[in-house]
Design a protein around this ligand. Structure first.
Ligand code: ADP
Length: 175
């Protein structure tokens, strides 16, 4: 039997426990999940594409059924090239719905054989997003249990660096 492969696309800036939950539950259904980091999301991101990939790789180092890749261009072309027919996406609040609906319809228009499969978030992660995690981490709030350990470490490093940068700037202002 052919392996059932799902592509889970996103920015993953950075990967959170909400993403992990979707991936772990997706692995109950699919043989393999390809986490596809969108290259066009680089512009406004905190982590570079290479950093985002390496954080995901570190998180799934022990799971051969999860692979990480990047894509640019049309997602449906990438999905077909990977011999998959399924785009996996997560849904949180109602606010996700309209955007996801529009993209799913367009992707279906572009490639009728590719289906978008939505998984509802698990309750603890309903309001968890990469953006909120970055905001809390930048203000030195606790993100324990919201991101995998590699991400927690990377965020602490990122914002420690930024702080020393802004301290330097303050020094410059004082002079
Ligand atoms: P994008 O910029 O494509 O939305 P994200 O990295 O923010 O990329 O999200 C990738 C996918 O994961 C999206 O389908 C998003 O809805 C889903 N997702 C993100 N956070 C959660 C969460 N806490 N619970 C369930 N799904 C989530």
């Amino acid at each position: 039997m052919n392996k059932q492969i799902a592509v889970y696309p996103g920015s993953f800036d950075p990967i959170t426990c909400g993403h992990l939950d979707i991936i772990e539950r997706g692995l109950e259904i699919f043989d393999e999940i390809i986490i596809a980091v969108a290259r066009n999301s680089e512009k406004n991101s905190l982590f570079s594409t290479a950093e985002r990939i390496s954080l995901i790789e570190e998180t799934f180092a022990d799971n051969p059924r999860v692979t990480v890749d990047t894509f640019d261009g049309l997602l449906v072309d990438y999905v077909v090239a990977k011999k998959s027919r399924v785009i996996l996406r997560g849904l949180r609040a109602v606010s996700d719905f309209e955007y996801e609906f529009q993209i799913a319809q367009m992707n279906h228009n572009l490639a009728g054989k590719v289906e978008t499969l939505f998984m509802m978030t698990s309750v603890p992660y309903g309001y968890l997003s990469s953006s909120i995690v970055k905001e809390v981490a930048s203000l030195k709030g606790s993100i324990e249990g919201l991101v995998p350990p590699a991400v927690k470490k990377a965020l602490a490093k990122k914002f420690a660096k930024e702080d020393s940068g802004s301290n330097q700037n303050q020094e410059l202002v004082r002079q």
